[in-house]
Design a protein around this ligand. Structure first.
Ligand code: DGL
Length: 272
C-alpha cells in the first residue's frame, strides 16, 4: 500500500481529507494528527519544522510517496525547508505539498473589490507566507491579516460552538474588518476554522464571502496528480482510509467525526 499521507497538528486536516475523498475517492489515505503536540500555531519556526519533519519521515516509513501538509502553519513554517533540505536527501520520487500555494493561486478570483482578509494562526500570519504567495498571482490585491491564537484551542477543546467562544470570535472579526472596510472575501487560512463558519457569519455582513480551503486544495491535488503521472501511478487505489494520532485514540475518535463528517477509529503512534 502507498497511501497519500495527510498531515495536521491535530484535527483540522480532517476538513481537507474529507474534500480529498469527495473529489478523489479512489485513493488510499493515511491521516496523522500530531494531537500530543498541538497547537503548532503558537510555536517557533524551528519547533514547527522539527515536529513536521519527524511526522513526514513517519509517513515515508509507512510507504507514502506523497504527503500533503493539510496544515497552514506547517506549510508556512516547515514545507520549504523540508522540500529544499530533507527531500533532496531522500532517494526516489517522494513529494511533500502544502495548502498555501494552491489557495494563493485562486483566492483573488473570489473578490470583486480586490480587498481580502485572512484569518490564520499566529505562525501563519507572522510568516507572511500568504501575502508573499498571493502577490505572485494577484499583485493588485490588497490583503489584511488577523492572527487568532485562541481559535484552535477552542476547537480542539470542543468549546467552539459554546457561548464563550463568541467573545474571541467577535474580537478577531472586528480587528480584521476595521483594518479594511472594502473587504468582500475572507479566507479561513487554518484548516481548523471551517468549524467556526456559523459563529463568524454572525459578525460579518452577508455581502462578505467566507472561503474555506478544502475544496480548493482537493481540486489542486487532482490537477497535480493529472500532471504528474509518475507520482499518480505510485499512489495505491483501494479506497482505504486509516487514521493515526500521537495523542489519545479515545479523544481522537470522539472529536474526529465533527471535522470529518463520519466516525473514525484511530491508532496511536509515537513520533520522535
Ligand atoms: N490547522 C492548523 C493550520 O491550518 C493549525 C493548528 C495549530 O495551531 O496547531 O494552521
Amino acid at each position: 500500500m502507498k497511501p497519500i499521507g495527510v498531515f495536521d497538528s491535530g484535527y483540522g486536516g480532517l476538513t481537507i481529507l474529507k474534500e480529498f475523498i469527495e473529489v478523489l475517492p479512489q485513493y488510499d489515505y493515511l491521516y496523522l494528527g500530531d494531537n500530543a503536540r498541538t497547537p503548532y500555531g503558537t510555536r517557533d519556526f524551528e519547533t514547527v519544522y522539527q515536529y513536521t519533519r519527524q511526522c513526514v519521515h513517519w509517513f515515508f516509513q509507512q510507504g507514502c510517496e506523497l504527503v500533503i501538509l493539510a496544515c497552514n502553519t506547517a506549510s508556512a513554517k516547515a514545507l520549504r525547508t523540508i522540500q529544499q533540505n530533507d527531500l533532496l536527501q531522500t532517494a526516489g520520487r517522494k513529494r511533500v505539498l502544502g495548502v498555501i500555494r494552491p489557495t494563493a493561486e485562486v483566492i483573488g478570483n473570489y473578490s470583486t473589490t480586490s480587498h481580502i482578509g485572512i484569518f490564520g494562526t499566529s505562525g501563519t500570519v507572522q510568516s507572511n507566507s500568504y501575502c508573499l504567495e498571493i502577490e505572485k498571482f494577484f499583485p493588485h490585491l490588497s490583503i489584511v491579516q488577523e492572527a487568532c491564537p485562541m481559535w484552535v484551542p477552542l476547537i480542539e477543546n470542543k468549546e467552539y460552538d459554546k457561548p464563550g467562544a463568541d467573545y474571541f470570535i467577535k474580537q478577531h472579526v472586528d480587528n480584521l474588518l476595521k483594518q479594511d472596510e472594502k473587504i468582500d472575501t475572507i479566507l479561513l487560512a487554518c484548516t481548523h476554522y471551517p468549524l467556526l463558519v456559523q459563529k463568524i457569519r454572525k459578525y460579518i455582513s452577508k455581502d462578505i464571502q467566507l472561503i474555506s480551503q478544502g475544496n480548493i486544495v482537493a481540486q489542486s491535488l487532482k490537477d497535480y496528480l493529472s500532471r504528474h503521472v509518475e507520482i499518480e501511478q505510485q499512489c495505491s487505489k483501494g479506497a482505504i482510509r486509516n487514521f493515526c494520532t500521537t495523542g489519545s485514540t479515545v479523544d481522537f475518535d470522539n472529536h474526529a467525526s465533527t471535522f470529518f463528517g463520519s466516525t473514525v477509529q484511530s491508532a496511536h503512534v509515537s513520533i520522535l
